[in-house]
Design a protein around this ligand. Structure first.
Ligand SMILES: [Fe+2]
Length: 386
């Protein structure tokens, strides 16, 4: 099998890399960015600091109306704002939502049409505007992926869009931007990264290049995640998480995610559960479901993360993985869907739609154990009582 690998041209990783945006734009021959961010980061002044650092190059402008779980409407607003100026690139500054919005704007600005036209399985490889990503959470890995996820306001569907056009040209990965993030956000985004690493490694599209990033990332995440959550100023833990989130992004962008993500997106779309939190709700149960089809791969995850001693037999190690994932959820206070506040009846009634949306995304087909619609339905029931 030929592994098709694609990476950002420039990665600047480490404390202080945020200040290198101007140099990165210069290297890329770009000078007039649209900065896409959220209202909170604008209020905190981060977007203004970035804009001022770039003002010597051209005329940066700031669009700060991105929303959590970005929608077609928010993307359209950003696109219109972009057309009000002259821009040769888009900078996504923030969590996955800001970066994903920036990606969508960059593609629509050049290729036009409606966002839903770009939904997978379509692949958008012809480039849009160049994208520069500056993540402020250690989570989505969007700075290193060829995906964006945009919610269709009309249908409520979280649309996965894929292709090289969404892959940033450059990413500035600066852990110092995460030092002020609260526990809940750190936990949810961190588990998202862990899920990326595990799913990339067990995916049917796994390959040796992505494997190396996935294994390194999960080891680092397991070492640093809880410390980053409970000692927010711990620079070693924050730095470890930030690097690992990008590595996990590289892993799944060049392999894939699988059933956890396939089932998680509909939960987020329907019930507005934060993405990493709905991953966490699913991860132990989906792992248990999937282990029989890839016991050695799951066992290796447990060994690499130090959950079991090296050399532990595969079945025992895989069981250890499932136990540890359950325990992690307890430590990170991950709620069940009911504890999150979802109504039982609304949950049950939504399951057929969620099953359909999960299957349409294509992610379940990458799972080591490919589920039937009935099995996905059963898993949605199972995590309610988990
Ligand atoms: Fe994710």
């Amino acid at each position: 099998m030929v592994a098709k690998i694609a990476l950002p041209r420039i990665l600047r990783i480490g404390g202080g890399s945020f200040a290198e945006a101007r140099d990165v734009l210069r290297v890329l021959g770009l000078n007039s960015p649209l900065i896409v961010t959220d209202p909170f980061l604008r209020k905190r002044g981060l977007a203004r600091i970035l804009s001022e650092s770039l003002s010597a190059l051209g005329e940066p402008r700031i669009f700060s109306e991105t929303v959590l779980d970005p929608t077609v409407i928010a993307v359209q607003a950003g696109l219109e704002f972009l057309r009000g100026g002259t821009h040769d690139c888009v900078i996504g500054l923030g969590g996955g939502s800001s970066i994903d919005t920036a990606k969508a704007i960059a593609v629509l600005a050049v290729h036009g049409g409606r966002m839903r036209d770009y939904k997978a399985p379509r692949e958008q490889n012809e480039p849009g505007l160049p994208i520069i990503a500056i993540p402020t959470t250690a989570g989505t890995g969007s700075e290193a992926t060829r995906f964006t996820i945009i919610t269709d306001d009309e249908t409520g569907e979280k649309m996965l869009c894929i292709g090289l056009a969404y892959l940033p040209q450059a990413a500035l990965v600066d852990f110092e931007l995460t030092l002020t993030k609260p526990m809940r956000l750190t936990a949810d985004t961190g588990v998202d990264s862990l899920t990326h690493a595990i799913e990339a490694y067990v995916s049917r599209r796994a390959n040796p290049f992505a494997d190396s990033f996935a294994l390194t990332a999960m080891k680092e995440i397991w070492t640093h995640l809880q410390i980053a959550c409970f000692e927010p100023q711990n620079r070693v833990a924050r730095e470890g998480m930030m690097l690992a989130a990008t590595q996990a992004g590289i892993a799944f962008s060049n392999s894939s995610v699988a059933l956890v993500h396939g089932m998680s997106r509909p939960i987020g779309a329907k019930f507005h559960v934060p993405h990493g939190m709905s991953n966490a709700m699913l991860l132990p149960a989906v792992t248990e479901f999937s282990v029989p089809a890839a016991v050695e791969r799951y066992a290796e995850c447990a060994r690499v993360m130090g959950m079991v001693p090296p050399g532990t037999a595969a079945n025992e190690a895989a069981t250890g993985l499932i136990q540890n994932l359950h325990e992690l959820n307890k430590k990170l206070k991950v709620p069940t869907p009911g504890e999150f506040g979802i109504d039982r009846q609304a949950w049950d009634e939504s399951i057929p739609t969620m099953v359909e949306q999960a299957l349409v995304s294509g992610s379940p087909a990458n799972n080591p154990r490919v589920p039937s619609p009935q099995e996905i339905e059963r898993l949605y029931h199972e995590i309610w009582t988990d």
